[in-house]
Design a protein around this ligand. Sequence first.
Ligand SMILES: C[S@@+](CC[C@H](N)C(=O)[O-])C[C@H]1O[C@@H](n2cnc3c(N)ncnc32)[C@H](O)[C@@H]1O
Length: 258
Amino acid sequence: MTPSSDIPGSVESGADVTSAQDVVNSLRDLTVQAVSELYVKYQDDLRAVRDRQRDFLQRRGKSMKAQLDDYEAEITYLLLREYRPETVVEIGTFYGWSTMWILSALRDNGIGHLYSFDIVDHVVSNVPDDLSAARWTFTKGDVRETLGGIVTGTDYLFIDADHGARFGRWYVENVFPMVRPGTPTSVHDVFHGRRPKPISEGSVLMKWLAEHDKSFFTSSAAKAPEVIEHLSKVKEELRLSTPVRDSRHNPMVFFTLG
Ligand SMILES: C[S@@+](CC[C@H](N)C(=O)[O-])C[C@H]1O[C@@H](n2cnc3c(N)ncnc32)[C@H](O)[C@@H]1O
């Protein structure tokens, strides 16, 4: 067994991880090793989703502004497959790239409903009907006014919205306390560099995680380049290396609330 502190991508975690099942128990223990196992476990379904997402993007061309990069989108998909959440909350859809990755995981699970929130509604015309039908609710408006009580029952929280410090303070103070302990959570646009920008959502989040003694996982090219290095080899072996998108920043962080 390898101590997680020796495995790239296990950031400030003190626990060991031996199997993908441990990932289900707590994102606190998430390591590149565990993520690699999820790539192996779900490789066939992931291949189909990657091909479909790539085709979609190519067909849409510049009219589709996709934000999530491949590793963080794939890790989101894999964690959703492994957790099999009944309820997912997504804050920040834009044109629906993350929405489509999340809905693909719920479709492949055969269970789960996604509640998405955004000020703009480009996503509504973008997400294919076969993905959204019977498993998706979109609410237009400022999420600080529209979120309501749904978040208290969520099994997975996904945030990719306003990257200012004020918005970060809003959700750490008002949303995180409402979410059930143990809920897997991810936040985008934190590590574009080795550190989050000062006075940003990312710096508010990192301070909150430190104050609550919480570790996180990231595949950020700037923060944890060894993670992408390791996962790229796994993907090559699985013949999953053709890019879906060409951007490789992967600034998202993954952690567990509560
Ligand atoms: C970076 S984009 C989301 C990208 C998307 N997740 C993807 O993968 O393509 C950020 C989105 O957050 C939305 N947003 C920003 N502030 C918001 C707020 N207070 N309430 C709801 N949505 C907000 C913006 O309208 C924008 O569409």
